[in-house]
Design a protein around this ligand. Structure first.
Ligand code: PXP
Length: 237
């Protein structure tokens, strides 16, 4: 079964809009785990406008499943994750002011830097994943960085899915097969939701983990977190 890692950035965003600690990211993480989530994801941005570096530290103390921390590998980010040692770090090439992640790595242009960063993370016992588009010409150099996994950037899939599911998923099937052939594990995320997830998880081979935040937390406003997590887990069976 594909693992579901619940991204709690939106919980942190609501909390930050008022100051104080409501809703509490740690309570949400404990609840998500108790409802069956296989992991928790946080993506602290450099301005810490939603998840903060303190959230990352605090979550690591209480997590019973797996903590996945996403972000651009600035020196500050690297010092924090190498100290906290989450189970997995997903490297994302987003600039500091990006609203959300909007591209995968160019692993040819940034290969040397990624190789160094991956080696540093692995020296701390942290599993690594790098965020990737489906451009197959970048996959060999992705594998050369030494990363354990890639995370497929699924925004393009989500956008095209309502119009043409087959067309939307094909590049991801090819990319996952290529990644697997190169010895890489395959994660996926961005804009996955309760309507498009089942088809993606059924069609894309070798999928190990999806990380989902925006749609899942939004749906939890109507259904509650427990029912929503069960709904997403059911799509992954
Ligand atoms: N993966 C990465 C690298 C992301 O930046 C995000 C958004 O923080 C996600 C997955 C999850 O995307 P969504 O919030 O659309 O589910």
């Amino acid at each position: 079964m594909v693992s579901l890692s619940v991204n709690l950035n939106k919980i942190a965003l609501i909390r930050n809009s008022r100051g104080g600690n409501t809703p509490d990211v740690l309570t949400a993480a404990r609840a998500a785990e108790s409802f069956g989530a296989n992991g928790i994801t946080l993506h602290p941005r450099p301005d810490q406008r939603h998840a903060t570096y303190k959230d990352v530290e605090n979550l690591k103390q209480i997590i019973k499943t797996e903590l996945n921390v996403e972000g651009y590998p600035s020196r500050e980010f690297m010092d924090i994750v190498c100290n906290v040692k989450p189970h997995q770090v997903t490297l994302v090439p987003d600039p500091p002011d990006a609203l959300t992640s909007n591209a995968g790595w160019n692993t040819i242009e940034h290969g040397a830097m990624l190789t160094e960063i991956v080696a540093e993370l692995k020296s701390h016992g942290i599993r690594t994943s790098i965020f990737m588009d489906t451009d197959l010409s970048l996959y060999e150099s992705a594998a050369s960085t030494g990363t354990d996994r890639i995370e497929l950037y699924t925004e393009a899939y989500a956008r095209l899915y309502p119009e043409s599911p087959e067309k939307a998923v094909q590049p991801y099937k090819d990319a996952a097969a290529r990644a697997h052939a190169l010895g890489l594990g395959v994660n996926a995320g961005h804009d996955l939701n309760s309507l498009n997830l089942r088809y993606f998880a059924t069609e894309v081979p070798y999928l190990m983990e999806v990380s989902i935040g925006h749609a899942l937390v939004s749906e939890a406003l109507y259904l509650g977190l427990e029912k929503t997590i069960h709904l997403y887990l059911a799509q992954l069976k």
